[in-house]
Design a protein around this ligand. Structure first.
Ligand code: ADP
Length: 156
């Protein structure tokens, strides 16, 4: 059976942290679908089309990576895509508490789906999209935090 993982998130915008987690997970799976979601508790800064376009650009040379937009429960999207794994990164203890609750509740709802966590490399563990968005909004240079070739600029 093909080992398919979903890597869900807002990717608003994609950072070097996301890129690192995905590239390190690639040898573990036959296919990874980056699932760009509309998160109910977050207002997105960059439009969905832009976030998807950047992801496609970064992983253009990775045949095992697919990019899809989704809404609704991640486990339902996993079932739709025949994915048995959810991939997530764990940066902080706050991430751990949040992710633990989601993964355990997902396990109750869909026992056949496993959540797999990867720890960031230390030099990328402080990067998060919220801070990157603040830098962009305020006219700072976000290029150290996003994959090379990604031209993030403030929308206004
Ligand atoms: P969400 O909108 O669900 O918070 P994000 O787009 O922020 O999702 O991130 C998607 C996934 O990437 C999450 O599992 C998050 O923990 C992980 N991630 C984000 N930044 C980093 C980083 N710097 N190092 C490792 N994992 C990260």
């Amino acid at each position: 059976m093909k080992r398919i993982a979903i890597f869900p998130g807002s990717f608003d915008p994609i950072t070097k942290g996301h890129e690192n987690i995905l590239r390190r997970a690639l040898p573990l799976f036959d296919e990874i679908i980056i699932a760009v979601g509309k998160n109910s508790s977050k207002d997105n800064y960059f439009p969905l089309e832009q976030r998807v376009a950047w992801l496609k650009q970064v992983f253009a040379n990775e045949p095992k990576v697919k990019i899809e937009a989704y809404t609704g429960l991640t486990i339902n999207f996993c079932k739709k895509m025949n994915a048995s794994y959810i991939l997530r990164g764990l940066r902080t203890s706050a991430d751990f508490e949040f992710e633990k609750a989601i993964a355990q509740n997902n396990k109750v709802m869909a026992d056949e789906i496993e959540t797999i966590f990867i720890l960031p490399v230390p030099e990328l563990s402080a990067i998060n999209s919220t801070i990157v968005r603040d830098i962009i909004r305020n006219g700072g240079d976000a290029s150290p935090f996003v994959p090379s070739g990604i031209d993030v600029k403030s929308k206004s």
